[in-house]
Design a protein around this ligand. Structure first.
Ligand SMILES: N[C@@H](CCC[C@H](N)C(=O)O)C(=O)O
Length: 290
């Protein structure tokens, strides 16, 4: 029987990113890719990422968090999901800062500068081609040779690539709405240049303090917000010297503020975490996969 059967969950969203939070610290157990897919099935609850809290493995951390995409794959980082988890913890404990362990390392979260806002330290971005990873060497990852469409009139080309604990490709465009991301997203996510697939973002630089984005998420598809994509876009644009180190990112589902901190190169993401409803997983959901 799945560890999720009969367990309670919270449906939340982070700037529109659909998040389900399950706290298994009191009843730990493995969550399989099949379990994650069952939760996302039509009789379950729709989500982009499922955040599963397991008991802490390291002193000073609140939980070890496993992050699942709705296709059952695991992600190293999910900024919007981390804010949702932080909100749950703060409401239960009265604390205002917390450290979690994820597969991308330790993440610190704290109450943001205003009510309803939460900040996550997403760590240091990586730009090396092996770190992203790419299938072949590119010395300059500010813009790599990759395009789709006719060779002499590409539709999308020369993305910046970044790892924020997960792989991101950012295509710079004039209008993020002008492309069929539902069609190009899966082609690019699964392009052989990305051996671990990639999150695909269209980004328009409005001015030095503001960028608009849309993202096709690896393992989850079109999303109303992807926090790590917002971070990846902000640092990629700053590397190109096109924006300041603190920028506002407008996503289809809301707003995020990203600061690429000067003193240690850590990326700080601040945004909302919204509670929607609570529920309990019907064991029948997992019957066919147990
Ligand atoms: N929505 C997330 C990132 C999700 C992870 C992604 N789909 C992956 O597998 O890399 C965020 O808010 O950061």
């Amino acid at each position: 029987m799945s560890a999720l059967a009969n367990h309670s969950y919270a449906k939340m969203n982070g700037a529109g990113n659909e998040i389900v939070v399950v706290d298994l610290r009191d009843r730990p157990g493995p969550v399989t890719a099949d379990d994650a897919r069952a939760v996302a099935s039509p009789k379950g609850v729709h989500y982009d990422q499922l955040m599963v809290l397991q008991p802490p493995r390291l002193q000073g951390t609140e939980a070890y968090i496993r992050i699942y995409n709705n296709d059952g794959s695991e992600a190293g980082a999910c900024g919007n999901g981390m804010r949702c988890v932080a909100r749950r913890i703060f409401e239960a404990s009265g604390e205002n800062a917390v450290t979690f362990e994820t597969n991308a390392g330790l993440l610190n979260c704290w109450q943001g500068p205003a009510a309803g806002l939460y900040t996550v330290d997403m760590g240091v971005p990586k730009f090396g081609w092996q770190d992203i990873p790419l299938a072949e060497e590119f010395r300059d990852t500010r813009g790599i040779e990759l395009q789709i469409g006719p060779i002499d009139a590409p539709i999308l080309h020369t993305p910046s690539v970044v790892s924020m604990g997960n792989p991101h490709a950012i295509f710079w465009v004039e209008d993020v709405e002008a492309y069929d991301l539902g069609r190009f997203g899966p082609l690019l996510e699964n392009h052989p240049i990305f051996p671990e697939r990639a999150n695909i973002t269209l980004a328009h630089i409005v001015d030095r303090d503001h960028i608009t984005i849309r993202t096709w998420e690896r393992g989850a598809g079109l999303t109303r917000a992807c926090g790590s994509a917002a971070c990846a876009t902000a640092v990629a644009a700053a590397r190109l010297k096109r924006v300041n180190r603190t920028v506002q990112i407008t996503l289809p589902g809301g707003e995020l503020t990203i600061e690429w901190r000067e003193r240690d190169d850590h990326v700080l993401m601040t945004g909302p975490a919204v509670f929607e409803f609570e529920g309990q997983f019907d064991p029948a959901l997992f019957a066919s996969v147990s």
